[in-house]
Design a protein around this ligand. Structure first.
Ligand SMILES: [Zn+2]
Length: 259
């Protein structure tokens, strides 16, 4: 009995010592292995409005130079799940926010070269997209992103690009001389696959010389007076989306293209 008591006391002291030691010497944090979420097992469904986390600016997942998807991987369960999840999140985001035409795999944490595109009412999966040609002409615009939803940034893009990619049937597809809106969208998404965000390339808008006649009637008198000032302040390269939405005409005056 006494021996059992001594053993219990010794065990208690051992546990207390272990707890005290662990408090002083915490375990090193373990970098989680990449596990692609599958459509069947949604992680933390209550945490994210789109069923999955969308990684945001500043997180490591958005700085990755993504891996190409090989022909043998294309039909695998993991790659198919990744594609399904990208389109699922894109659709949900669009339903809830009214915008969102494309999403790149790293925005959901997948280190692969895949873009889910919803353009002109059609869903297209672009595997391993590459810009094979571009116009000499560039233009500026205000850009946004699912990964920095509270900001707008001024960015310069090629006016037109030609792009090649592999489709879901493992066929090589070439889109030549894409329209301006599709070109800027694809440049944004392909940058994601190289670990580059639009805010990384943002530039201060170049002040455009436009006459007051070009300003629409929707511009209010207050803003019109502001525009007449010769010392009008040029916006910063990155601005808050809230401020931008309060006076889009003002901001759009400083760029070449807007929707
Ligand atoms: Zn983006």
């Amino acid at each position: 009995m006494a021996r059992n008591t001594m053993r219990a006391v010794a065990l208690l002291f051992f546990h207390l010592f272990t707890l005290a030691w662990m408090k002083q010497n915490p375990m090193p944090s373990i970098i989680p292995q990449f596990v692609p979420p599958s459509s069947g097992e949604i992680s933390e469904p209550m945490s994210y409005p789109y069923d999955h986390k969308i990684f945001v600016a500043g997180e490591r997942e958005l700085t990755m130079n993504c891996l190409p998807v090989s022909p043998s991987q294309l039909s695998s369960f993991e790659i198919q799940s990744m594609k399904d999840n990208l389109f699922h999140v894109l659709r949900k985001f669009r339903e809830q926010n009214g915008f969102g035409r494309a999403i790149a795999a790293p925005q959901l944490g997948y280190p692969f070269r895949l873009i889910a595109l919803h353009y002109n009412g059609t869903d297209t999966a672009l595997y391993n997209p590459v810009i094979i040609n571009h116009s000499l002409e560039t233009f500026t615009m205000w850009d946004d992103c699912l990964s920095f939803p509270d900001k707008m940034c001024c960015i310069r893009r090629y006016k037109s690009i030609s792009v090649q990619f592999v489709n879901e049937k493992n066929q090589l597809v070439i889109w030549n001389d894409c329209s301006q809106d599709l070109s800027e969208l694809l440049q944004h998404e392909i940058d994601h696959l190289n670990g580059v965000l639009a805010i990384d390339k943002a530039e201060k808008p170049f002040k455009k010389a436009r006459s007051l006649e070009e300003i629409t009637d929707s511009v209010e008198e207050k803003e019109r007076k502001q525009l007449e000032r010769s010392d009008e302040e040029v916006p910063a390269a990155i601005v808050s989306r809230k401020d931008w939405l309060e006076r889009p005409e003002y901001y759009n005056r400083f760029v070449d293209f807007h929707y």
